[in-house]
Design a protein around this ligand. Structure first.
Ligand code: TYM
Length: 330
């Protein structure tokens, strides 16, 4: 069975961009592939954070993913720092990665601008750790949103460099996209993200979600209610595509283009269909919060399985790179 690997940072609230660009798709892939999903806590350390909150955020990220449908009986879910080989492989990959490749990464440039006073080496090295995450499990596919494509391309480059320099042991993994790989924020302009505070949280109360939707930017060229709109220019329509059935989408397309349907009514329809999907997720999350035993057990099992895989792959990596194994000395 081909293997899928992906990860999410425990940076606080999981938002509908994460869900529609990644998690919902991860759930769909579970039965087709050997899926390994990771809470990437080392990645989350590259920007300022509160140490006292981190362990709760890690558990909560796992909990929300399970509530979204990642059944830990049918896939592997684990925490990156529970498998130390991730950082070991990062070091080896650092030695085949030109610094210029890292300086060119869009995410690095954006984050370096956002956190001008905290541009640490980890922020620059972030994509190399991501490559190590993926290649440590020799994954074939990486389901991510559009914003992560450049990092997966670099991963392929790193695999190629390692294979040429040492031994051909790594596959070149490919990106998989969900039908909605890029969700814009409430401003309808920039990517939905926690750091820009333009997001809808998966578990926010319904009245808060409605208030955010009600004021979200739609097709900017539709100024008056009587102006015809264009759904393909509208972020609300993109989100509709992920939550609403096809007959509703058709109704919206014609209603919007003929100005028969106003933006607020369109948002009401979205809210209704969105809540049909989000309500059961919220209920599962609440019940897991009352008893998080299943979450903890999933992470223990996940770490055990991943450590085994990682141990074997690292033996192969060290040997290909010409290092001296301890058991070969005696
Ligand atoms: P993170 O936590 O920033 O994002 C997790 C996933 O959510 C997707 N995503 C979006 N998709 C569509 N629209 C949006 N507005 C949106 N915002 C976020 C991201 O593309 C991602 O798939 N660097 C990774 C974490 C990572 C990783 C890995 C991923 C670390 N190691 C190995 C894959 C394989 C990240 O962006 O996490």
């Amino acid at each position: 069975m081909d293997r899928v690997f992906s990860g999410i940072q425990p940076t606080g609230e999981v938002h509908i961009g994460n869900y529609l660009g990644a998690i919902k798709h991860w759930v769909e892939l579970i039965d087709q592939y050997d899926c390994i999903y990771c809470i990437v806590d080392y990645h989350a350390m590259t920007v300022p954070y509160e140490p006292g909150e981190m362990s709760r955020r890690i558990l909560d990220a796992a909990l929300v993913n399970i509530a979204c449908g990642l059944d830990p009986e049918r896939c592997t879910l684990f925490v990156q720092s529970h498998v130390p080989e991730h950082t070991e492989l990062t070091w080896i990959f650092n030695c085949v990665t030109p610094i210029g490749d890292l300086e060119r990464m869009t995410q690095f440039k954006e984050k370096a601008k956002q956190h001008r006073k905290h541009v640490n080496a980890g922020l620059l090295d972030y994509p190399v750790l991501q490559a190590a995450d993926i290649l440590l499990y020799k994954a074939h596919y990486v389901p991510v949103g559009v914003d992560q494509v450049q990092h997966v391309e670099l991963t392929r480059e790193i695999a190629r460099r390692f294979n040429q320099r040492f031994a051909p042991i790594f596959p070149e993994p490919q990106v998989l996209h969900s039908p909605t790989p890029k969700i814009l924020g409430l401003d309808g302009q920039s990517k939905m993200s926690k750091s820009l505070n333009n997001y809808i949280g998966m578990l926010e109360p319904p009245d808060v979600i409605w208030e955010k939707l009600r004021t979200a930017v739609t097709d900017v060229q539709r100024v008056r209610r009587s102006d015809p709109g264009e759904p393909t220019r509208c972020n609300i329509y993109t989100i509709h595509q992920a939550f609403s059935p096809s007959e509703v989408l058709k109704e919206i397309e014609s209603g919007c283009r003929s100005a028969g349907l106003g933006c607020v009514d369109c948002k009401r329809l979205l809210f209704e269909h969105m809540m049909k999907e989000l309500d059961p997720i919220r209920q599962r999350a609440e019940s897991l919060r009352r008893d998080d035993g299943p979450v903890r057990r999933a992470l223990i099992r996940g770490a055990e399985r991943c450590r085994e895989i990682a141990r074997e792959v690292m033996k192969e990596v060290r040997s290909s790179a010409g290092l001296l194994p301890l058991d070969a000395i005696s």
